[in-house]
Design a binder for this molecule. Structure first.
Ligand SMILES: NC(=O)c1ccc[n+]([C@@H]2O[C@H](COP(=O)([O-])OP(=O)(O)OC[C@H]3O[C@@H](n4cnc5c(N)ncnc54)[C@H](OP(=O)(O)O)[C@@H]3O)[C@@H](O)[C@H]2O)c1
Length: 267
């Protein structure tokens, strides 16, 4: 089992905008879709999949469990509700969305409940999101490292997460980079811009190719069909070692997302 290197994100997309974005993504060739219970667009993702006519077996659908459903008796029922909204009888990957320390449910309980949901066939793979090293260790202790298909984390040229990615590599846990474009900020970066010019590529393709070449999966989102299509072409872009080294110098701990109560102490 493994996770696809390229998918489409759906954060912030609501109603018809979510349906249209996922339909466009499927039309231009995406086969992996990232949603979450808290995005309140699982029904729209399900609608877009149904309308697309793409066979379910060709798709890789990821959702994420939201905090009130972390307890053992709540997790599987909430995932069943997600499946109903998504109009499917399984998801390919289910993640715990945030560690949410202090919410009263230990990581071990949540991860054990998630593994049970997998054993019931509700999800093919399981994983974590926004988990720093200490919480990842707790997740590993609960279910074993081989069970954890990915840690989905904010990661862009401005936030390269050296310590956490080194730990995940050592543990053999694949990384998914979210907000690889730092919600558009890295697209204005002059270094990225020059590399893009040299390759006759877009800045978004450069940022995405950089993450892919480091071995990370990516899930960029867009409301525009042309951006969805051109982002996918990052898979064909080969950056040189010196391009990669230049991008490595852009690190600035540029974290965009760290919600109080949800995030644990970052490494
Ligand atoms: N696990 C978590 O806690 C978590 C948190 C945040 C996000 N995520 C996931 O990661 C996905 C990606 O993150 P994101 O959507 O926040 O940010 P992102 O993919 O870094 O950036 C999306 C933004 O970039 C713009 N964009 C995309 N392609 C572009 C292009 N080729 N040229 C110019 N602008 C472009 C989009 O605008 P246009 O619409 O105008 O193209 C949008 O404003 C989310 O959708 C979600 O699925 C997960």
């Amino acid at each position: 089992m493994s996770i696809p290197a390229f998918g489409v994100g759906t954060f912030r997309l609501q109603g018809q905008a979510a349906v249209d974005s996922v339909r466009n993504a499927l039309d231009v060739g995406y086969r992996a879709i990232d949603t979450a219970q808290i995005y309140e667009n699982e029904a729209e993702v399900g609608q877009a999949i149904a309308e697309s006519g793409v066979p379910r077996g060709d798709l890789f659908v990821t959702t994420k469990i939201w905090v009130p459903h972390y307890a053992r008796d709540k997790l599987a029922p909430s995932l069943k509700d997600s499946l109903a909204r998504l109009r499917t009888d399984y998801v390919d990957l289910t993640l715990i969305h945030w560690p949410a320390p202090g919410n009263g449910v230990p990581v071990e309980e949540t991860m054990t409940a998630l593994a049970e949901a997998k054993a019931q066939g509700l999800t093919r793979q399981i994983g974590i999101s926004n988990f720093p090293i200490a919480e990842t260790r707790a997740a590993i202790a609960a279910v074993g490292r081989d069970q954890i298909a990915t840690n989905q984390i904010e990661l862009s040229p401005y936030l390269q997460n050296a310590a956490l990615t080194a730990f995940l590599k050592e543990q053999g846990i694949p990384v998914t980079s979210y907000m690889t474009l730092a919600y558009g900020k890295v697209l204005k970066d002059p270094v990225i811009g020059r590399i893009a010019q040299r390759h006759d590529a877009t800045p978004a393709q450069v940022a995405l190719a950089w993450a892919l070449q480091l071995g990370y999966a990516v899930i960029p989102s867009s409301t525009r069909r042309e951006n969805l299509a051109s982002n996918l072409l990052a898979r064909q872009l080969r950056l040189t070692e010196s391009d990669m080294a230049e991008i490595a110098t852009l690190e600035r701990n540029g974290r965009e997302v760290s919600p109080e109560g949800l995030a644990a102490a970052w490494d």
